[in-house]
Design a protein. Sequence first.
Length: 210
Amino acid sequence: MTFQSITEHHRSILPTITGRLQEFRNVPESEWFYELCYCLLTPQSQAIHAQAVIEILKADNFLEAGFDPVGVLGNREHYIRFHNVKAQRLMTLRQSWGTVESVLLHSKHACGAEARTARNALVHLVDGYGYKEASHALRNIGWRELAILDRHILRFMYAVGCIESIPSTLSPRVYLDLEGRFIDLAHSLSIDPDELDLVFWSMATGYVLK
């Protein structure tokens, strides 16, 4: 893993990356609730399963109807780990959606410090969100300059010498420190931080996913 290999890969998939980031900005406000639900489901579960569950919840009008989704999450065809806990978190998010939505509308498509303020609010308002989940949710609906420090990103940061070791846990203090290093790495490569996140994901998985 070299800086040159990262920048070359970035150039090779740049149209795909810029298109995906524009897709995030174009997510309609009516879909924001389900994007936040998606980010409650993905930890320790397959993204394709989480997306399948979200499509079912949309079709069944979960936001309006307010049913217990535990059966959907527990279905073996698209199983979500810790489905009982996550189902409860989905219901809690639905109950507090008015407050959460107002935060999002107030800071729509924010960048930098304003985006981090919105993230702090989500961490406090959404049961099950840490900095990573809140960053993921906001990125998926158009906010910018927030690092999503999952295991793929941390491994690449370690591989290029940006961090000395991969932490076993991410406290808020550690997360913010590593986020700063990630952003500095992006700037040193002359790559937008949001683009670098997708570059690393593409290098790890072969896809530019959300």
